[in-house]
Design a protein. Structure first.
Lengths: 112, 118
């Protein structure tokens, strides 16, 4: 079946450090892939998405590339800020768009 | 543009009691989702509506959970009777496009209802 596996947290980085949060998936067909973010006290919101292989999603300095050969969608940012402290969820929707699967989330804390 | 509204924000009940959650999606959004998020886990999709029809409810424990979306707008999720393992945050989300196109569309989430079953 379909599933998403995220690297476990929590992750603590100093400001301006490089961030990578690993995400791998299992799916049949051609899923779409997403990163959602949940800031403290707020609801989940879409950070970026990619709908086909080799697509790169990007937003707010974050990037992730849909790699079908490695079934991965790792999230990266070159220089994190304190305001990036949040929980990040990797997710996929199946080919039909009927089912959505979220990873367990990775908590990121950025310290000044 | 107003976001997805949910109420109540918090609910504490005894096991075997009943509880209902309400969701008002973004105006004009055709698709509505209910998720269950247990502490330390990612959201798990329970049911998906397109307008007022159910698209998928394969993950909904139908012996105790029910949901409806009257007139294709607001939705309620009910648990009757509640069990200890139902303690979780219940998230409602909506998206603009119709079923079949929803795989690429952005879901907008409400703040959630935190349920504690004692």
């Amino acid at each position: 079946g379909n599933s998403v596996t995220q690297m476990e947290g929590p992750v603590t980085l100093s400001e301006e450090a490089f961030l990578t949060i690993n995400c791998t998936y299992t799916a049949t067909g051609y899923p779409s892939l997403f990163w959602y973010v949940q800031y403290p006290g707020e609801g989940l919101q879409l950070l970026l998405k990619a709908t086909k292989a080799d697509d790169k999603g990007s937003n707010k300095g974050f990037e992730a590339t849909y790699r079908k050969e490695t079934t991965s969608f790792h999230l990266e940012k070159g220089s994190v800020q304190v305001s990036d402290s949040a929980v990040y969820f990797c997710a996929l929707s199946d080919s039909a768009g009927n089912q959505f699967y979220f990873g367990t989330g990775t908590s990121l804390t950025v310290i000044p | 543009e107003a976001g997805v509204a949910q109420s109540p924000r918090y609910k504490i009940i005894e096991k075997r009691q009943s509880v209902a959650f309400w969701c008002n999606p973004i105006s004009g959004h055709a698709t509505l989702y209910w998720y269950q998020q247990i502490l330390g886990q990612g959201p798990k999709l329970l049911i998906q509506f397109q307008n007022n029809g159910v698209v998928d409810d394969s993950q909904l424990p139908k012996d105790r959970f029910s949901a409806e979306r009257l007139k294709g707008v607001d939705s309620t999720l009910k648990i009757q009777p509640a069990k200890l393992e139902d303690s979780a945050v219940y998230l409602c989300a909506s998206s603009l496009v119709l079923w079949g196109l929803a795989k690429t569309d952005t879901q907008y989430f409400g703040p959630g209802t935190r349920l504690t079953v004692l």
